[in-house]
Structures are given as C-alpha cells and as structure tokens.
Ligand binder design. Structure first.
Ligand code: THU
Length: 137
C-alpha cells in the first residue's frame, strides 16, 4: 500500500508541498490534544492551499487540517485537487471523515503522509478509501 521514502528522495513538487504543510502545522490550534496537523493541497491551477487542525472547547466541533485545507481550496474557487501533503509528529494518515470529504473533490488524489523529520509515505485516496461514496451527477 505504501512506498516509504525519505523526503530527499521525493520530487521537488512533493518537497514544496511538504514545506507548506509543515509551516501550516505550526499554525495548528490544538490546546486540548496537543497533536498538531498540517495539510497542503496542490490544485491543477498550480496554487497551494493549506490547513491546520482547529480545536474547540466543545471537542466535537474540532476540524481536522485536511478538511480545512480542502475547504480553503474549494472556497477559493478550486475544484480540481491534485496532491495532498499531511505532516504530523508520527506520519499518520487522514481520518475517515476527511477521506470522505476529499473524495468529493478528488477521488484519485495523490497523498503524502509525512512526519516532522521528513520520513514520508506516498499513497492515494483510492487506496485509503476504496469504493468511496460519490453521487453521480
Ligand atoms: N486530526 C487532524 O487534523 N487530521 C486527522 O486526520 C486526524 C486528527 C486532528 C484533530 C484533533 O485536533 C487532533 O488531530 C487529535 O485528534
């Protein structure tokens, strides 16, 4: 499912996205979990949109970094999402809710899961969310 790589082995395109996600992670508002997440999405237009997790005292209102990044892109008028980089302390994969939100706009999204030391895995949304629920329009 994954090819495990070190950041230096990854293309300049992924490295730029990694840097954007790493910087976004520094803006995480995570006073409750202390688990910071940064995400960066490259769109077909070439633009990069970032997101960080934003927690709330009413815990269920917390929003993940991946959804913030996706909504950032879509609210800027983007519809064609091409790549996503996620940076966490341990290189974790997106939660199920975020996978479903991403599938709405980019069922074939290429995804890099990385940690803050530059260890990275490359996968895609088809692997992370097989047989996704998408309405045919
Ligand atoms: N979180 C994300 O930002 N992305 C995920 O895919 C999983 C979890 C955040 C939510 C919460 O602020 C913290 O990580 C711990 O769950």
């Amino acid at each position: 499912m994954y090819s495990t790589l070190f950041l230096q082995e990854i293309s300049a395109e992924w490295q730029e996205l990694y840097q954007a996600a790493l910087e976004a992670r520094n803006r995480a508002y995570a006073p409750y979990s202390r688990y910071q997440v940064g995400a960066a999405i490259r769109c077909r237009s070439g633009a990069i949109y970032t997101g960080c997790n934003i927690e709330n005292a009413s815990f269920g209102l917390t929003v993940c970094a991946e959804r913030v990044a996706a909504w950032h892109a879509v609210s800027a008028g983007e519809r064609d999402l091409v790549r996503l980089a996620v940076v966490t302390a341990d290189g974790s994969a997106p939660c199920g809710a975020c996978r479903q939100v991403l599938a709405e706009f980019a069922p074939e999204l290429a995804i890099m899961l990385a940690d803050v030391s530059g260890n990275a895995r490359i996968t895609d949304l088809r692997a992370l969310l097989p047989d996704a629920f998408i309405l045919k329009r």
